[in-house]
Design a protein around this ligand. Sequence first.
Ligand code: NAD
Length: 371
Amino acid sequence: ITLGVASETASGERRVALTPETCRKFVARGARVRVQRGAGLGAGFADAAYAEAGAELVEDAGAALETADLVLCVQPPPAATLLRLREGACVVGLLAPQADPARAEAIARRRLVAFPLERLPRTTRAQAMDVLSSQAGMAGYKAVLIAAQLAPRFFPMLTTAAGTIRPSKVLVIGAGVAGLQAIATAKRLGAQVEGFDVRPETREQIESLGGRFLDLGVSAAGEGGYARPLTEEERAEQQRRLGEHLKNVDVIVCTAAVPGRPAPKIVGAAMVAAMRPGSVIVDLAAETGGNCELTRPGETVEHGGVVVAGPLNLPSQGAVHASEMYARNLLNFVALFLDARAAQAGALAFDWNDELLAKTVWPAPPAQAAA
Ligand code: NAD
């Protein structure tokens, strides 16, 4: 089996799908690994470290990918690159096949076995492969650091010769993986932290991190442990209670999401107008449109003294640890079809009865060979 990794091409992407650590493990499983020179630099991994881990370093993306049986990536390679892969090659990464018709077409034309990892079922067995979770952890952490940086105040309470400084009040909206990490991080910085979510089970999780659960009287647990969209009445009730509360909040970190939909709009323009000048909103949901009506994805804007930041691709800002976690997630996922037997036979062994493979592969599992 030949495994190929090229430099990421999306602008601003610093992560890499293979680290020297996972490279060594793939090599130990009998894979031959080709890495494009410089692919790991943005994430702090030197070419020499890959060479030491048993990789062959090659000059360009073509040499890394075109003969590979298995291609690992973070963001999807351009359609033109996919078209140059070996027919039937396997590609694993955050492939978002539906976001780009040319990419979908390339996957079909080359009969690629594509595993967009954002489709991985979120079951207990899948936890060690769950890139959405590992990357959301970094995003929640960075969002709080950005908020602390933008805020014109301390987060912790300070008792100084110049008087006492009251701690910042931080509200985290949405207590999924990113939100819980944001709560933990803001707490460590000494802020007074509140969180809220529409899934009632988050109360205990927020409290266990030392945060206060903000009860807005709306409960909307949906399927598979996710939230469902709110009804109009529920939304109006949430808005009314929240608007009142925000007048006393210094920092909001927004992380609310509903799978497969634009981010729910939770913080309206009127609520922002009623906040104190000097308040800061960091909207992690900017990627899917934002939880705040005033968020401009990729920009930081100011409205009446309130700063609204909509940073994109936060995991890339923590590329070293984000890549370490991402690469281990991939190693665990690939282990489902690259075992010693597969490596020796020189072919990946997909068991389409395994729901993790069958539900992740896109568009659908290849037709089973006739019995
Ligand atoms: P997500 O990114 O889809 O959403 C973030 C949070 O926003 C969620 O907690 C959601 O309830 C909340 N939200 C949605 N609409 C809202 C609204 N109008 N107001 C306030 N909050 C709102 O979620 P996620 O972080 O990917 O995780 C969601 C669920 O998946 C959790 O139950 C988590 O425990 C579960 N999960 C399971 C596994 C696993 O077992 N493999 C891994 C990760 C997450």
